[in-house]
Design a protein around this ligand. Sequence first.
Ligand code: SUG
Length: 448
Amino acid sequence: MKSYEVNFDGLVGPTHNYGGLSFGNVASQSNSQQSSNPKEAALQGLAKMKALMDMGFVQGVLAPQERPDVGALRSLGFSGTDAQVIEQAAKEAVPLLVASCSASSMWVANAATVSPSADTADGRVHFTAANLNCKYHRSIEHPTTSRVLGAMFADQKHFAHHAALPAVAQFGDEGAANHTRFCRDYGEAGVEFFVFGRSAFDPRYPAPQKYPARQTLEASQAVARLHGLSDDGVVYAQQNPAVIDQGVFHNDVIAVGNGEALFYHEDAFLDTEQMLAELSAKLAKRGGQFKAICVPRAQVSVEDAVRSYLFNSQLLSQADGSMLLIVPQECQNNERVWQYLQTLTSSGGLIREVKVFDLKQSMQNGGGPACLRLRVALNETELAAVNPGVIMTAPLYGTLTQWVEKHYRDRMTENDLADPQLLLECRAALDELTQILKLGAVYPFQIN
Ligand code: SUG
């Protein structure tokens, strides 16, 4: 049976803004308080989805969340009508209002960890929503994430959903941003690669000094258990704490994998040799031949990797067996990175083509091409069981573009977040969206 890697991209929500909310994420911190353009952000994301669909990849779309999150503000003690809740928060606690307005759910690589059916004990595709416990504005995403994923992958015969892990730092889980899967074919059993930043319970693992390590070993292990993965099909590796301290807040900022290949920076991991040997041995047992593509620091520094988001790219398999890299424009703007990419693609190796996308609105908050997508490997039967409303088609692209044009503002600053009209605009937009994507009622304003 044929199998696919389907990319579900996060649709940027109507409140996209630069809140400076993510300590340890260099772009988020350095663009804090700039004015944003939500309309442009959403259209840039849609253009990437359309381009991948046009290239022949199966492409899906993942809905944004209801923001401002009035329920989150109420749980922090603000009260009255919805408009009064927002007004009170704007007066007394601007950072909380900003957090409740973040469109951060667009970075769906952090929505969940997904294990394909070929890897799991019960033969279903497993999803665990990420608790995103490290940042308040992201920790409020998972209840809606779970409802949206449930509406997209509803058939329990094929799909199993797990609630987010306990909401404490010891189980900090950032989803697929720290998870990659290697396989010979998407439909065959593979090796799932979990990368953590620290251990919550074992002091022998070093931790970064300056910035937080968001993912713990214990969270990754819990996800592997929940999904019913076998020891033969799992490798754990620690991120180099020194790169976290240079702004690598997720592993997908310094490495990306696909098929049998891992494209990574020389400084990305601790104990790299041992890790590569384990990946190679375990993939060989599954009939695959592991290929490591290391980018030396002498050619691309960690700083250039963080600035350009070279590794936050999408590594995609082409029909001829070669691979294509989808990179953000910032790679082209960086002379050393662009030079490296020219050499890489002309050397006759696995990665032969690079395509550049303008995702500047998302990039300015630290979200590149890879952050914007959640990969779900599906066989034909499973793909047929996915809610068809969320699979990208030319008509859906047209409808979503019109929907963005109709509902989104082209400028947003912190002051705009206090506008009670914004909440009404967003709810009207999302209500229409759930009908377009055939999701049913998934938002708090639709179910409470
Ligand atoms: O969690 N930025 C996100 C970016 C997530 C990128 N995802 C992956 N690497 N997979 C984060 O730090 C910034 C929001 C703001 O500051 O307004 C933010 O949440």
